[in-house]
Design a protein around this ligand. Structure first.
Ligand code: CAA
Length: 248
């Protein structure tokens, strides 16, 4: 990568997919900032250990707090310079059938998974447009394409990310900024570890590649879309689901 090294911000940066994305972006030569809730000391140490030898720093950020996001981004701009690459990876599940889903379970998932994409893009897209370069990748989900039993909240948020991606891609395309989605299937993370074992086995039986995905599989797709040379790729969704949902 010639000239100034690009700066990448990854929300949900210490989670399963997030940390592998940070590692691979750094390995590709970017200066990476992982944004996440502070977590406990053990999690922080574990993250620091996993990032050893890579240019990845950490910033505490609650993506549901727009003012806090703004402060964190100001701090990143001061320490690293403007953010060129944004990966919206922060995501949670609060699974329940609609009949049992509380308003709070709905609000939490929409706030972390979808409202945060508005917040971060609003804070960063304008600067990217002014500088004539940007890469935005929204981590959605296969369940935002197909729906999933017990996930009206999550599927709505993840499908919402696709609409957001397509609309913003059109708005900023002329300014050198691309906006894309990556839709993971079932990936080995803490999120999927929490799925009841019988449900997990049912889902895995439907994956043509015959295995659960790894965070590295997803990160590879993110890095591809974040590449300097990927400027003609915008408004697309890149599924990384082992063939669980095949469509054109
Ligand atoms: N399809 C059809 N019926 C189902 C079903 C399914 N997938 N899952 C459960 N049911 C049925 C049950 O058999 C049961 O039927 P009966 O009432 O006739 O007995 C009924 O629905 C209620 O099921 P439960 O008793 O299990 O209800 P619950 O409230 O205890 O739990 C649930 C429901 C929360 C949805 C639970 O089944 C669950 O956690 N499922 C996993 C959901 C899932 O796959 N989440 C993905 C998380 S990972 C992720 O989201 C990452 C990503 O992006 C891919």
């Amino acid at each position: 990568m010639a000239g100034k090294r690009r700066v990448a911000l990854v929300t949900g940066g210490t989670g399963g997919i997030g940390r592998e994305t940070c590692r691979q972006l750094a390995a590709a030569g970017l200066r990476v900032v992982a944004a996440d809730l502070p977590g406990d000391d053990a999690r922080q140490q574990d993250f620091a250990l996993a990032m050893q030898g890579h240019d990845v720093s950490f910033v505490a950020m609650d993506v549901t707090d727009p003012a806090g996001c703004e402060r964190a981004i100001a701090a990143i701009s001061a320490s690293h310079g403007p953010v060129d690459v944004l990966v919206n990876g922060a995501g949670i599940t609060r699974d329940a059938v609609l009949r049992k889903m509380s308003r709070d379970q709905w609000d939490q998932v929409l706030s972390v998974n979808l409202d945060s994409v508005f917040t971060l893009c609003k804070l960063l897209a304008e600067g990217m447009c002014e500088r004539g370069y940007g890469r935005i990748v929204n981590i959605s989900s296969v369940n935002g394409q197909t729906g999933q039993f017990g996930q009206t909240n999550y599927a709505a948020a993840k499908a919402g990310m696709h609409g957001f991606t397509m609309a913003l891609a059109r708005e900023v395309a002329r300014k050198g900024v691309t906006v894309n989605s990556v839709s993971p299937g079932y990936i080995r993370t803490a999120m999927t570890a929490a799925i009841p074992e019988d449900v997990k086995q049912q889902v895995l039986a439907m994956v043509p590649t015959g295995r659960i995905g790894e965070a590295a599989d997803v990160a590879r797709a993110v890095v591809f879309l974040c590449h300097e040379d990927a400027g003609y790729l915008t408004g697309v969704n890149l599924p990384v689901n082992g063939g669980l949902f095949i469509s054109f």
